[in-house]
Design a protein around this ligand. Structure first.
Ligand code: G6P
Length: 609
């Protein structure tokens, strides 16, 4: 979602702002803008569409400066248009904002009463006027900004600059990510480290409720009431290459093909041992997991699908009851809580607003055994959990999640094994063989990727379709859900997924020769049942595309297209079966010419609810 980059430095900061915004493009946005102070005072440029449009304006107008703020906007309040693009201005100050100001209507009314005129439909504009209004009471920019910020409700990250204080920036964070970057030539702020690697690796993460004042030579952090606080400086380990496209056409393609490496990095800590080391999720792993009576998994989007797969594992292998909840539902649901529940939050970004709020809701219900599985070590979610497992997929840039999903599954399988062991359900021999199966996953997955040419052929036939139906059973039903999600996210083809046994209860009515039906058909105990379901489709003229296993007896025939995965992978087969579905969505998107990495209306990091 919205991205912020701000800078005060000796150098011309315009190229830094633009490069930073480019690095944040993956978050999803529909307009971009910047404001800076030069010899003529406050200057603002805004463009609907891509950062390249803003860069063209910069080139035309030859702006440069030593202090500036910039923004990519993902529309929430008001359509994407130049008038609504950030920065928003009041008098001589400019504001960029990520998040939602929930009390913007009340503030707007009050500010209109004070004579402020609004030129946009955004909630952000109230922040600009509110700070301007506070500046009538105090001459101190930082104090005025803090006093205004204290009146805001909602989740936000904010950066402000002011013509009358051309040497300082004010930034604040409450519920949306924001960090500072410290460099020899100046100081910077951004939503994401990736935006600042071009200038520094020295990072200070702000906490919720922090405000900071940045000058060329230093910074100070206070709480919103002005109480000074210290935040540790860390050295980012993120490699600049990790966010480069390299030989690939799209990040999604790169990330699909990175899955074997992502898995081996994630599982590296297993080493060659025949048993799982205690403490894999943190020092208190054993004490927090041992007496857990049930598991509650909370997540959104693709991460939610990983949770759905894990439920099958946790109940079958560890024998522990498990519920999986969509975070945006759970946080507002009046649920029955049990303090002995292990609450597992799953998130690639660790910044998803609903997942963070759902975790707080669970904690407020007295559930303190918390574990997150997350791909971003410095994220808000990681800091909010008692236990953590960091998937080492590397930065995921494509909006449609791929390698984060498979690495989350690997982590969830480890969790299952640990719980099974603590509950006396994992013999040493079984433990050793399960670990071996995990270690072999990268090479098994590499072989699945070799199916790409066949999948590319299939994709030609899907490209003209309006709808698609995905079927699966058991732990492969969530894989069908994930396949349908991938297809709709990046190709805009309407896709639905059903547990195949539900076919007769509704979706069969949709089946005709125009509706491709994709079946996830591993060689497990449900295969015979699934085959009967597929016959029902065939009998109605439906065309079937079946992903089967190498050792399956299923055969291709008229109207049944069959692709075999190289290995039959037992419990872990979900990790392999999702890969052809990722590739299918990717290749259909290529044929349809959609924007694979930045699909319309979607954002990578959903930092508002
Ligand atoms: C967005 C992304 C999805 C992601 C979901 C949850 O919708 O586009 O790819 O699955 O958020 O994100 P998280 O970072 O919490 O896994």
């Amino acid at each position: 979602m919205c991205g912020i980059v701000a800078a005060v430095a000796d150098r011309d900061i315009v190229p830094v702002l633009l490069e930073g915004l480019r690095k944040l493009e993956y978050r999803g946005y529909d307009s971009a803008g910047l404001a800076l102070i030069d010899a003529d005072g406050l200057r603002r440029l805004r463009a609907v569409g891509r950062v390249s449009g803003l860069a063209a304006q910069v080139e035309e107008s030859h702006v440069s400066g030593h202090i500036g703020i910039s923004h990519t906007r993902w529309a929430t309040h008001g359509v994407p248009c130049e008038r609504n693009a950030h920065p928003h201005i009041s008098g001589g100050l400019a504001v960029v904002h990520n998040g939602i100001i929930e009390n913007h209507e009340a503030l707007r009314l009050r500010l209109k009463g004070e004579g402020y005129e609004f030129t946009s439909d955004t909630d952000t504009e109230v922040v600009a006027h509110l700070i301007a209004s506070e500046l009538k009471k105090t001459a101190d920019f930082f104090t005025a900004a803090r006093t205004a910020i204290a009146q805001l409700q909602g989740a936000f990250a904010i950066a402000v600059l002011r013509q009358d204080n051309p040497d300082r920036l004010v930034v604040a964070r409450e519920g949306a990510p924001l960090l500072l970057g410290l460099a020899e030539d100046g100081n910077y702020a951004a939503s994401d480290v990736a935006a600042l690697l071009q200038v520094t690796r020295r990072i200070v993460y702000l906490e919720n409720g922090d405000c900071a004042e940045l000058t060329r030579d230093g910074f100070r952090i206070t709480r919103v009431d002005g109480t000074p606080v210290e935040r540790a400086e860390t050295e980012s380990q993120l490699s600049a290459d990790a966010v480069e496209l390299g030989q690939y056409r799209h990040y999604m393609q790169k990330e699909i093909f990175e899955q074997p490496v992502a898995l081996s990095n994630t599982l590296e800590m297993l080493g060659t041992a025949r048993s799982i080391q205690p403490g894999l999720f943190g020092a208190d792993t054993e004490s927090l997991l041992k007496d857990a009576r049930q598991v509650l998994i909370i997540a959104c989007g693709t991460s939610y699908h990983a949770g759905l797969v894990a439920r099958y594992w946790l109940e079958a292998i560890a024998g522990i009851p498990c519920n999986v909840e969509v975070a945006s539902e759970y946080r507002y649901r009046e649920s029955v809580s049990d303090p002995d529940t292990l609450v597992v939050t799953l998130s690639q970004s660790g910044e998803t607003a609903d997942t963070l709020a759902a975790l707080e809701h669970a904690k407020a219900q007295g559930m303190t055994r918390t574990l997150c599985i997350c791909n971003v070590p410095e994220s808000s979610l990681v800091r909010a959990n008692a236990l953590r497992f960091i998937t080492r997929a590397g930065p995921e840039i494509g909006v449609a999640s791929t390698k984060a999903f498979t690495t989350q599954l690997a982590a969830l399988y480890l969790l299952t094994l640990i719980l099974a062991k603590l509950r006396g359900r994992l013999s040493p021999a079984l433990e050793a063989s399960e670990l071996q199966a995990l270690r072999h996953l990268p090479s098994a997955l590499t072989k699945v990727l070799e199916l790409e040419p066949q999948i590319r052929e299939w994709s030609e036939r899907f490209a003209m379709k309006q709808d698609a139906l995905f079927l699966g059973r058991g732990r492969h039903y969530p894989i069908a859900l994930e396949g349908a999600l991938k297809l709709k996210e990046i190709t805009y083809i309407h896709a639905e997924a059903y547990p195949a046994g539900e076919l007769k209860h509704g979706p069969l009515a949709l089946v005709d020769k125009e509706m491709p039906v994709i079946a996830v058909a591993p060689n497990d105990i449900l295969l015979e049942k699934l085959k009967s379901n597929l016959q029902e489709v065939r009998a109605r003229g439906g065309e079937l595309y079946v992903f089967a296993d190498a050792d399956s007896e299923m055969m291709a025939s008229d109207g049944i297209h069959l692709m075999r995965l190289p290995e039959h992978y037992g419990q872990l087969s979900a990790l392999l079966h999702v890969v052809p579905l990722q590739l299918l969505a990717y290749h259909v998107a290529l044929v349809r010419g959609t924007d694979v990495d930045k699909p319309r209306n979607l954002a990578k990091s959903v930092t508002v609810e």
